[in-house]
Every structure is written in structure tokens, then in C-alpha cells.
Design a protein around this ligand. Structure first.
Ligand code: BEZ
Length: 398
């Protein structure tokens, strides 16, 4: 196993002790004698977003395995780095992958602030970057770029869909409560935009610093404000703690808890009965009745002994987008313009439903209303169809 110049503390081997680079060990067809495509993967493999990073990695690896271990005849060499969800570390880590490791493609990450730091370096170097989660609006608005693609969502896009669904469910007043950083701010911004436009009233915006999980004073304040609902953006370990604290404070008995689906995806089992009744909106639902979703869920469970969630699906689709770009150039990634054009135009049937990219390279997709019941996110209905995030400030031609 190859060692890289990156420090061992930041490097991660998900499948071995201490190794950081992984050429997927699948049989290669004759065409694959060309050297592997080097893919730098920056994801959180420690901290509150660990589970998200691991699920994305699994989704990508599953897709590649299903293609026989190669994409367009090229082996894929993943160089994985734990970004620790720490924005100040992002530029240095991305630079080491791009300038040091000379990766062909950079994939990452979960945290919006880290993605901003990565994108700055990728843009300067002209390296292709695929974002499998982080929803920071700017990267597919004013800071869009021909080499930057997102397979997940925009933060406001999810909030906006949730605000509309909450209004339709009869919610008239809300308090928002989130981590104070781009993802929380923009998620709340999208929610407030559609909720207020439809006559809803936001009584107060409450925040805690990321990744703080001290929720007690906010819960006391919410109890005194008595809204119809709370809208909260938390995810991963922080979301599980929040849902349990919310129920322990008995707020779930009289104030509905709403959020983007990150609040409940991947933590269904961990929160148990405390999560019953939490309503969320997301571009994915476990029980979507389409062949792609059924196949993905079966394969994911068989491979990893754990159910797929939205993060696994986003990882799967990230590898799928890369595959489509590579196939269009016969595996010759040096043909950058054609590679980018093919990814920009790609559309397919994702486990989440129909998937295509906007002119700024953000998904245009359906959003689903779900309710957590008995440890499962149960699909209630489609809340929005083919919802596109604004491309405000993006100069890429459609
Ligand atoms: C973000 O930072 O953009 C983010 C993190 C977790 C879930 C969703 C969005």
C-alpha cells in the first residue's frame, strides 16, 4: 500500500490499518492497462459528520464495484483524507492533493465551509471538483465554475421545499434553531423565504456554534415562545443528540419538529422513539418506489450490513456522474472540455428519482415529505417536483 506525503493523522484508511490510498481491488479489463485515475477524496472521517463521510464513501465504492472496478476502463485510485469538518484546514489539504498528489479529480465534501476552501484551490488549479454533499449556495451561484459539479443539493433549495411543505401542513408560526454556519444559515434562509411568502411567521432565529451540542437554553427559549413548529438544521451525531434532547424536554408533545431531511437521515435507529413524528423534506426517501432505489438499497445493505441513506445515494450518484464524464471521453480525462460538457449534460434515473444538472451544475430534482415513525423515515408525499435552485450570479451558459 502506497504512502503519501500527507500526515497520517489526517489520512484515513477505511479498509485497512493506516493506509491512505486505495486502488479498488477489482479485476480490470484489458483496456484498463492505462494508469489509474487518481481521485482525491476529502470527507469527514472524524467528528460529528463521520457517519456522513463514511456513507458517501461507501456509495461511491459500491457504484465502482458494480461497474467491475473500473470507470470507462480506468482503475480508480482513491486517496482519502479526513477533513475533520474544519474549514481552516481545507485549503492546505486540497493543495496537497492537487499539487502534491497530482490528483485528476477532487471529490468532497460534507461541510459547506470546507467545500468553500476546497473549491477555491480547485478553481485556481482548474482541477475537476465533484461535491457529494456540501450545499453552500455560492458554489452553484456566483462562484459556479465549469470544473465544479454538485450531486447533492443547495442549502436554500432544501429549506425552501420544507417551508412550503410546513405551510401546506397548516403550520403558521415557527422558530428556527440551527448550527451557526453557512449550511444552517442558508437552510433557514430558504425555509423563511417560502414560509413567509405563504403567510407564515418566523418568531425567532436561534443558533449555536458548529459543532456545539449544548441545546438546553435554546430548548427553554423555544418552550417559552410556543411556536406551532421548530425548523432545525442539524446532521449526523449532532442531529441525534438534538432529537433526543427535544423529546426529553417534552417539546415533541406540543411543538412539531421540522427540518431538512439531514435531521433524521442516518440517525433513525439511534434516536428510536424520541424521533417519532419528526417531519422532514429531502431529495430522497428510503421507500421511493423505483427500480434504481430498490436495487441500490439491496446492494448497499448486502455490502455494508447497514441501510442506505441520502449520503450513500449522493456518493453513488457522484461516482455515476464521474463515470458518465469518463465514458464520454473514452477514459481520456485529459480531454477536459469534453469531460466537463458530458457531465454538465448528464441525466439519469437516480435512486432519488430523475436527476439532471442546472446550468450552474446543481441538481434539479424532486423533494419528498417524510415522517419518522418507529425508526423509519416514512414517505408521505412528493413535496416538490423538478425543483431548481436559482443560478444567481453564475455566468455559465445553459
Ligand atoms: C453542509 O455543511 O452543507 C451540510 C452538512 C451536513 C448535511 C447537509 C449539509
Amino acid at each position: 500500500m502506497r504512502h503519501t506525503p500527507l500526515t497520517r493523522r489526517r489520512l484515513l484508511a477505511l479498509s485497512g490499518a493506516g493506509a491512505a490510498s486505495l486502488t479498488l481491488p477489482f479485476p480490470r479489463p484489458a483496456l484498463a492497462q492505462a494508469k489509474p485515475i487518481k481521485v482525491g477524496v476529502m470527507l469527514p472521517y472524524s467528528g460529528t459528520y463521520t457517519q456522513l463521510g463514511e456513507a458517501i464513501t461507501r456509495g461511491m465504492e459500491l457504484y465502482i464495484k458494480q461497474q467491475g472496478g473500473t470507470l470507462a476502463g480506468r482503475a480508480i485510485d482513491f486517496i482519502k483524507v479526513d477533513d475533520e469538518s474544519e474549514p481552516p484546514k481545507a485549503p492546505e489539504l486540497a493543495t496537497k492533493l492537487i499539487s502534491g498528489e497530482k490528483v485528476d479529480v477532487l471529490i468532497g465534501t460534507v461541510h459547506s465551509g470546507v467545500a468553500m476552501g476546497m473549491a477555491k484551490i480547485a478553481r485556481e488549479a482548474g482541477t475537476t471538483m465533484l461535491i457529494p454533499n456540501a450545499g453552500v449556495n455560492a458554489l452553484t451561484r456566483a462562484l459556479c465554475a465549469k470544473n465544479l459539479f454538485r450531486t447533492s443539493f443547495g442549502n436554500s433549495q432544501v429549506g425552501l421545499a420544507t417551508g412550503k411543505a410546513a405551510l401546506a401542513a397548516g403550520i403558521k408560526t415557527a422558530v428556527t434553531f440551527t448550527w451557526k454556519y453557512a449550511a444552517g444559515d442558508e437552510s433557514v434562509g430558504g425555509f423563511a423565504e417560502s414560509f413567509k411568502a405563504g403567510g407564515g411567521q418566523v418568531l425567532k432565529d436561534i443558533t449555536v456554534p458548529f459543532p456545539n451540542v449544548e441545546f438546553q437554553s435554546a430548548l427553554a427559549e423555544i418552550a417559552s415562545l410556543k411556536p406551532d413548529a421548530v425548523y432545525s438544521f442539524f446532521a449526523g451525531g449532532g442531529a441525534a443528540k438534538f432529537i433526543k434532547d427535544y423529546a426529553a424536554a417534552k417539546l415533541n408533545e406540543h411543538i412539531q419538529l421540522w427540518g431538512p431531511g439531514f435531521l433524521t437521515d442516518g440517525v433513525e435507529q439511534a434516536v428510536g422513539a424520541a424521533g417519532d413524528g419528526v417531519k422532514t423534506v429531502l431529495h430522497y426517501a428510503d421507500d421511493l418506489d423505483n427500480p434504481e432505489n430498490k436495487a441500490l438499497r439491496l446492494a448497499f445493505e448486502a455490502a455494508y450490513k447497514t441501510p442506505a441513506d441520502v449520503y450513500g445515494v449522493q456518493g453513488f450518484d457522484t461516482a455515476q456522474l464521474l463515470d458518465m464524464g469518463l465514458k464520454a471521453v473514452g477514459g481520456d480525462i485529459a480531454k477536459q472540455d469534453a469531460f466537463h460538457d458530458a457531465m454538465a449534460k448528464a441525466s439519469w434515473k437516480s435512486p432519488r428519482g430523475p436527476f439532471k444538472l442546472s446550468s450552474s451544475h446543481n441538481p434539479i430534482q424532486n423533494f419528498y415529505l417524510r415522517e419518522l415513525k418507529g425508526g423509519k423515515n416514512v414517505l408521505l408525499k412528493t413535496a416538490a417536483t423538478d425543483l431548481e435552485d436559482p443560478t444567481t450570479g453564475c455566468k455559465l451558459a445553459s
